[in-house]
Design a protein around this ligand. Structure first.
Ligand code: FAD
Ligand code: 2HG
Ligand code: ZN
Length: 470
């Protein structure tokens, strides 16, 4: 039980208005984005700067109060919401949203953890630079959440995941100290890599308060195409061709099954791809070029022509304007929303070696159809990274609620299959509460033991986001 003295001490640090205890005002912080879990908390704390974070974490450490860090609350694995004990506080980082500085020679931007991803992209763009992390939740997710989950998205193929985009961190440790690691260095071999421990730790080791992020030259032009194909195998062949033709200019390569797109047009009828007929699979390709629009378009058209000739693809739409390109990306980015509108389903975020993706889909589809005849596969994702959102919806004649009672059995089939192919059960979303027990099946005792040793060293009282990851 949290004492009134503890809450009063928080009010002294943060100001009374930033310690929320009213159940109605706390509600939005307690339920996850998908509406699959509602937890309970003693309070929501909203610090404005690093010193306030350090002071409240020191209080939590002294009073043994668990802390659940939260950014935009768009995570998909139940990492950002508290459990149902009501013992924890939610630490909302959204007020820490300042851009601290930019160094255009070093190509870095230093931002606070509560900055919205889109704000960072826009700030970089206004300065003639690119911050390449891009995902459908970019209008509401925060840099702290992106770092804590090591977010991926649609440009990993060219620029890497969040871990690859971060040079330095400022972190409040579990005992309320500030680790000042905001270094803008591309080379620094001075011992253990603390930065990469906190990135991807989902708030279980400490609170990220600020970061130095990498910027890139803005490409002169981006050209987008959507192509229709028959099989994931053809999509793989197209990927190999695209890499040969476009090399580092290839910045996006997303696979979408016909059913994934059908859900988008069902729930967002204003969205259309422009194809005259439906194809079993689609790929959305993006090329970024530093020469000219003509050069980029010629490269893309050459690829499309070669792929058509080799019968790798059936049809292609090359966007002829920024508006058309945005419309194509928008269709891709609405799959998650469309699937949510369709009903409850079982999500997966698996990765396998890129070369195994087509076989993974074939074999796992067959296993699922055998176990759950008629289940509808919403298969899409970052093919260029070997990362699929291999989501399973109920058969037409079965209610969602009844179907998702089989979640564990469905997970078993999909996760066992991805691991058989040398893959992972979480490519970019993390483990949170949702996959915490599941991961124990797939990591060795040695690996789990090492993770536990790190947790015990950095957070011996287990107050940092308890019940997540481990
Ligand atoms: P939250 O959801 O608030 O938190 C996520 C985790 O980070 C939690 O464990 C939380 O405790 C921890 N955390 C948050 N802030 C901090 C901090 N400052 N310090 C320490 N820990 C912290 N993810 C992808 O990787 N790729 C995608 O393409 C993608 N697309 C998405 C599309 C949609 C429509 C949605 C809803 C989600 C998508 N996601 C995707 C998942 C999600 O948006 C990302 O994981 C995002 O990085 C989470 O950021 P957030 O600020 O919302 O974090
Ligand atoms: C995406 O790539 C996200 O759009 C969300 O990672 C995936 O909805 C999903 O399963
Ligand atoms: Zn994704």
């Amino acid at each position: 039980m949290i004492s009134p003295e503890f809450l009063n001490a928080c009010r002294d640090i943060l100001g009374a208005g930033q310690v929320i205890t009213d159940p109605e005002d706390m509600a939005a912080y307690l339920t996850d984005w998908r509406g699959r879990f509602t937890g309970s908390a003693a309070a929501v704390l909203r610090p404005a700067d690093t010193q306030q974070v350090a002071a409240v974490i020191a209080l939590c450490a002294a009073a043994k109060v668990p802390v659940v860090p939260q950014g935009g609350n768009t995570g998909l694995v139940l990492g950002s919401v508290p459990d149902r004990t009501g013992n924890a506080v939610v630490l909302s980082m959204k007020r820490m949203n300042r851009i601290r500085s930019m160094d255009l020679v070093n190509n870095t931007i230093t931002v606070e953890a509560g900055c919205i991803l889109e704000t960072v992209q826009d700030t970089a763009s206004e300065a003639g630079r690119l911050f390449p992390l891009s995902l459908a939740a970019e209008g509401s997710c925060t840099i702290g959440g992106n770092l804590a989950t090591n977010a991926g998205g649609t440009a990993v193929l060219r620029y890497g995941s969040m871990r690859d985009l971060c040079l330095g961190l400022e972190v409040v440790t579990a005992d309320g100290k500030v680790w000042e690691g905001l270094r803008g260095l591309r080379k620094d071999n001075t011992g253990y890599d603390l930065r990469n421990l906190f990135i991807g730790a989902e708030g279980t080791l400490g609170i990220i308060t600020a970061a130095v992020l990498k910027l890139f030259p803005q490409p002169k032009v981006q050209v987008t195409a959507m192509v229709g194909l028959n099989t994931p195998e053809d999509a793989l062949r197209l990927l190999t061709m695209a890499q040969a033709t476009c090399a580092a200019s290839l910045t996006g390569f997303e696979l979408m099954s016909q059913f994934s797109l059908a859900l988008v047009t069902k729930h967002f009828p204003q969205m259309r791809t422009g194809f005259a007929q439906a194809y079993p699979q689609y790929v959305l390709l993006e090329i970024s070029d530093s020469e000219s629009e003509e050069h980029a378009t010629a490269m893309l058209e050459a690829l499309v022509a070669e792929a058509m000739e080799s019968e790798v693809l059936c049809d292609a739409i090359v966007a002829s304007s920024i508006a058309q390109s945005k419309a194509l990306w928008s269709v891709r980015e609405h799959i998650t929303l469309a699937q949510a509108a369709e009903g409850k389903h079982v999500k997966h975020d698996v990765s396998v070696p890129i070369s195994s993706i087509a076989e993974f889909i074939d074999k796992t589809d067959a296993l699922l159809q055998e176990a759950f005849p008629g289940c509808r596969m919403v298969t899409f994702g970052h093919l260029g990274d070997g990362n699929l959102h291999y989501n399973v919806s109920a058969p037409e004649d079965l209610a969602d609620e009844a179907f998702i009672t089989h979640q564990d059995a469905i997970n078993r089939i999909v996760h066992d299959s991805s691991v058989r192919f040398g893959g992972s059960i979480s490519a970019e979303h993390g483990l949170g509460m949702l996959k915490r027990d599941e991961i124990r099946r797939y990591k060795s005792d040695v690996e789990l033991g090492l993770m536990l040793a790190i947790k015990n060293a950095l957070d011996p009282d287990r107050l940092m986001n308890p019940g997540k990851v481990l």
